[in-house]
Design a protein around this ligand. Structure first.
Ligand code: SF4
Length: 101
């Protein structure tokens, strides 16, 4: 929770009320609906709902991301975004304003 690495996790965290923020602030839901488990989307199954799916061209739509070490022993992430991009996006776009859609 201190260093979330995946856009889906960013979306989950952005949809949780904060005890420390603006009490009137709207929650930010993950857009769309979960996919059918018997007919998953191509590539990354989260790509139809991921705000950053187009960052690496068509890769998220065509190629399943492999699980890779996520910087903390025992923690893995499956995302085509390079680690540096994920850190920058989380720091500048998600953690600042809670927007992950
Ligand atoms: S692989 Fe692409 S679509 Fe999947 S979570 Fe990462 S950026 Fe989003």
């Amino acid at each position: 929770l201190r260093a979330p690495q995946h856009p889906y996790t960013w979306g989950l965290l952005s949809s949780v009320p904060s005890l420390h923020g603006d009490a009137d602030a709207d929650l930010v839901p993950i857009p769309g609906n979960p996919p059918s488990l018997i007919n998953l989307p191509s590539g990354c199954a989260f790509h139809p709902r991921c705000r950053w799916a187009g960052v690496n061209g068509d890769r998220s739509r065509t190629e399943v991301p492999e699980l890779r070490e996520a910087g903390v022993p025992g923690h893995l992430v499956a995302c085509h975004l390079p680690a540096g991009d994920r850190e920058r996006i989380y720091r500048n776009e998600v953690a600042q304003v809670g927007v992950a859609r």
